[in-house]
Design a protein around this ligand. Structure first.
Ligand code: FAD
Length: 321
């Protein structure tokens, strides 16, 4: 049976996040030839609708309200539920982002639905789709099927390839008007830490440092390498706890989960809690002076050496490319 699928797109600072396009691709697989409807919530998102259609949505519904300028679970759940009631889809897809992780259980409970969270791949399509998701902090993967009722999934960023952009694709962008009320939280101002360059969760290359980097200044060459490779800097909790960098860079079980094409771990031992956030990276390079370091168990390429000697050489090599 073909399905109508609602996909929540995410925008930040006036631009759609990549995970929105990845979620559309997942929705296409699930829809089995049915309709994929993008949903955008915000204070000014109407102009972004067309781009979702270029990436595969059949049509887009926007909900605009001043209270949706910043994400709150109360505001976004009211907005999304209004679209749900209008559309009555058979399936829902969110990104497994900070927003998606917060909002999806709330919506699932309102709809009395199950939730298949953190999907990293989909086998088959339509009613035969099987969802693959990590368990036990990424040590194993389980396959989950949804045989009846609403299908609700969240997709891990950087795992499902988006469809190629087709600027010639057209579709309807309409709006639903919702009176957003009874907010328990109103966010009037957001202070963002300024991070250089690329968003860590969506970066194709991550250069991550650990306690071995030894200081905040020690992170400067990591940033240089990340910039050269068009990537972002991440960190272990050890490095964050030692105040070498901000907690917003922490990767792992209690930090961000990343799946870049290339993960370079510098002076990181490879604790299980760290690996939970990066072990699915496509290629892992580890630099560590201890040949027994756990990180080498998941590394595709290992360099045993002093990072203060290896990193400058690596930077010089990359500059030559
Ligand atoms: P260390 O374990 O101290 O490793 C430093 C490494 O640097 C060593 O392997 C050493 O050989 C190497 N090194 C030192 N000097 C050099 C040099 N000059 N050149 C090359 N290599 C060098 N951790 C996370 O990262 N993310 C999480 O989300 C997370 N969540 C946690 C949740 C819980 C409930 C708990 C209990 C822990 C969590 N941790 C997490 C902490 C985790 O257990 C580790 O303590 C932490 O990951 C260690 O960080 P590290 O590898 O930087 O430091």
């Amino acid at each position: 049976m073909s399905k109508k699928v609602l996909v929540l797109g995410e925008a930040r600072e006036g631009a759609l996040r990549n995970v929105s396009f990845e979620a559309i691709a997942a929705a296409k697989t699930i829809a089995g030839g049915g309709e994929v409807v993008g949903v955008l919530c915000g204070d000014a998102v109407q102009s972004l609708g067309e781009e979702l259609i270029h990436y595969g949505a059949d049509r887009v519904i926007t909900v605009e309200h001043p209270h949706l300028k910043q994400y709150t679970s109360d505001g976004f759940s009211q907005a999304f539920m209004a679209v749900y009631e209008q559309e009555k889809p058979e399936a829902i897809v969110f990104g497994h982002t900070a927003l998606g992780k917060d909002l999806s259980p709330k919506i699932a409970s309102k709809l009395d639905s199950g939730l298949i969270s953190d999907v990293t791949a989909i086998e088959g399509e339509g009613d035969d789709a099987v969802f693959i998701r990590p368990i036990y902090s990424g040590k194993a993967f389980e396959k989950v099927e949804n045989k009846e009722g609403l299908l609700f999934i969240t997709v891990r960023p950087n795992n499902i390839a988006p469809l190629s952009q087709d600027a010639g694709r057209t579709g309807d962008v309409s709006s639903v008007s919702v009176d957003i009320t009874n907010l328990r939280t109103i966010i009037s101002e957001v202070v963002r830490k300024s991070t250089e360059g690329v968003d860590l969760s969506e970066a194709k290359v991550v250069v991550a440092g650990g306690r071995g980097v030894k200081s905040a200044e020690g992170f400067e060459p990591l940033q240089e390498l990340a910039n050269l490779l068009g990537g972002a800097v991440g960190a272990s909790r050890g490095a964050c706890d030692a105040d070498y960098c901000d907690y917003s860079l922490q990767i792992g079980q209690t930090g961000k989960v990343v799946t870049p094409d290339l993960y370079i771990a510098v002076g990181i031992s490879g604790a299980i809690q760290h690996m939970a956030g990066m072990s699915n990276s496509k290629v892992i390079v580890a630099i560590n002076k201890d040949p027994e370091a756990n990180i080498f168990k998941v590394a595709d390429y290992g360099i045993v050496g002093d990072l203060f000697e290896v990193l400058p050489l690596l930077i010089d090599e990359v500059k030559e490319l």
